[in-house]
Ligand binder design. Structure first.
Ligand SMILES: [Zn+2]
Length: 251
């Protein structure tokens, strides 16, 4: 049995008995893995704190043939304070679901984890959750190899565009001429287009560092939500509750 040390974020806890649980970790070195945490639910357990959802820590694991079990953990950061903020917590849960779906091979998972940690940090600092999860979604698509085409018309390649249209079918912006013949396009304000470009061109530590007017943010969120849902072929429902209680989610 090999001993492995890796940093990771707990994205799920599943109870298996009164004393034991299985945690799902997004790790820097081993991809997305399930880890058996025996005794972690016992009162006063040394690993109890470090195996809670939203914990980022250093984990020491035993690797069996196809399973991992927890030997020890040291907490680096706890994002659990997000649970006292309904909006921030809901967006964090949405981002974790996206990250979990996007985590495939070891290298991709490490990139997704890094982007997610910067996003959770921004949420903890009180940044606008809708902006953070929208930027996360678009950057995540770039990591997976599906960046929207934003530097010229996605159909005719012209860079001379009076107005910008976003096409979901073409995965990018269209000029006026091409937009006339395309279906499913939406008008894109320059501010929103600039924000998408910023997200695509920034490294993970800067990707969330921008501001947007409420209208442009709504447009960004609408594009990010639909774009990610179409690329990953899944309806994401975590934000639906916010749509019931807050009109700014009516997009
Ligand atoms: Zn065109």
């Amino acid at each position: 049995m090999a001993v492995i040390k890796t940093k990771g974020l707990v994205i799920r806890e599943t109870s298996v008995s009164d004393t034991d649980k299985i945690i799902t970790l997004l790790t820097e070195d081993c991809g997305k893995i399930s880890v058996s945490a025996k005794g972690a639910k016992r009162p006063g357990s040394r690993s109890g704190y470090g195996t809670q959802i939203f914990t980022y820590g250093q984990y020491v694991l035993f690797k069996g043939n196809s399973t991992y079990s927890l030997n020890g953990c040291d907490t680096i950061t706890q994002f659990y304070s997000l649970s006292s903020n309904l909006e921030g917590f809901t967006h964090a849960a949405h981002m974790i679901e996206l990250a979990s779906d996007a985590a495939s091979d070891t290298q991709t998972t490490a990139l997704v984890l890094n982007l997610l940690l910067h996003g959770l940090n921004a949420l903890v600092k009180g940044r606008n959750p809708l902006l953070i999860s929208s930027a996360f979604s678009i950057k995540l698509m770039q990591i997976l190899g599906f960046p929207p085409h934003m530097t010229s018309c996605a159909l005719c390649n012209t860079t001379e565009m009076e107005t910008l249209h976003f096409s979901f079918a073409q995965c990018g912006i269209l000029c006026d001429n091409c937009a006339k013949q395309a279906e499913n396009t939406i008008l894109l304000e320059p501010g929103t287009a600039k924000a998408i470009l910023h997200i695509l061109c920034s490294d993970h530590s800067n990707v969330y560092k921008f501001e947007l007017s409420p209208d442009n943010l709504t447009a960004l969120a609408r594009i990010a939500g639909r774009y990610v849902s179409e690329r990953l072929d899944k309806q994401y429902r975590k934000l639906d509750f916010l749509r019931e209680i807050d009109f700014k989610y009516h997009y």
